[in-house]
Write a protein that binds this ligand. Structure first.
Ligand SMILES: [Zn+2]
Length: 277
């Protein structure tokens, strides 16, 4: 048993011996990805139970690999309960790499910050982010361990994120056996933005710093594109507006999309994104 690194900056963590899918362990049996990762848009995968709707509400969510819990909070703001696990593993070149896996919209959490968890250990249960969505797991895998809940402050492409299925699918078994020293408390940028599953609320996001409506977060270093005060909004859609339209379309077509095969879904998203741009 390793003592928690309270106030400290590191904790010793066993190398991950491989990764599994976070629901229906180890293969994700009984679940499917309703919405996949795409850079700059949806930064993780939405995992749904095969029964659709809320049939997966309360189902167990498992650690994709062994590691240490670095975040465990009810984050509200469209996220619900969130757990982030930090993993150390050997990459293709045999070097130690670090990875954060994020489990969002949870109904309940059963782990604490600084707790060591094993591959397949339950972290909590599938939820609805306080009734905001049909129950599902929002699951991210980040190469960058500084992101935390401040996703808009970082590039949202493959430099910082993995496609979870691709990552897990190619790392089911890894060489392990050693402990490594892993930094914790690496989230220095304040968060505050809602989950990307969330349709933006009318009047814009509330800036947690001053409680006033703030412009949408800048994406990839571009300036915020919020409408000027008292003027009609610009004809070009902001990424937040595209996301809202996308979400609306998903809600309207949920049954159709839920019955689609994964192969068809990718093409479906590409066509939809083109339409929304
Ligand atoms: Zn999602």
């Amino acid at each position: 048993m390793v003592a928690p690194a309270l106030g400290g900056q590191t904790i010793r963590v066993p190398l991950a011996n491989g990764f599994d899918f976070p629901v229906g362990k180890p293969e994700g049996e009984g679940y499917y990805v309703f919405r996949g990762y795409y850079p700059g848009g949806h930064l993780g995968e939405d995992w749904n139970g095969a029964g659709g709707g809320d049939t997966d509400l309360g189902d167990p969510v498992y650690a994709a690999g062994g590691g240490v819990v670095v975040f465990s909070e009810d984050y509200l703001r469209g996220w619900g309960n969130v757990v982030i696990v930090r993993h150390a593993y050997l990459d293709e070149s045999g070097r130690v790499a670090l990875l954060d896996s994020l489990y969002g919209h949870l109904d309940s959490r059963t782990v604490r910050k600084y707790q060591l968890v094993q591959r397949g250990q339950q972290l909590g249960t599938i939820g609805t982010a306080h009734g905001r969505y049909a129950a599902h797991l929002h699951f991210e895998m980040r190469k960058n361990i500084a992101i935390g809940m401040a996703r808009s402050a970082f590039d949202q492409g493959y430099s910082n994120y993995f496609s979870p299925r691709q990552f897990i699918g190619t790392r089911r078994t890894l060489r392990a056996g050693a402990n490594v020293v892993v930094p914790v408390d690496t989230y220095s940028v304040p968060g505050g933005e809602p989950a990307d599953d969330a349709p933006p609320k009318p009047g814009g996001l509330v800036d947690p710093a001053n409680g006033k409506p703030a412009p949408p977060p800048a994406r990839n270093g571009t300036a915020p594109e919020g409408p000027a005060k008292g003027k009609p909004s610009a004809p070009a859609r902001t990424s937040a507006e595209r996301e809202a339209l996308l979400q609306k379309y998903i809600e309207e077509n949920r049954r159709k999309v839920e019955s689609m095969r994964e192969d068809d879904l990718d093409g479906f998203w590409q066509r939809l994104k083109k339409k929304l741009n």
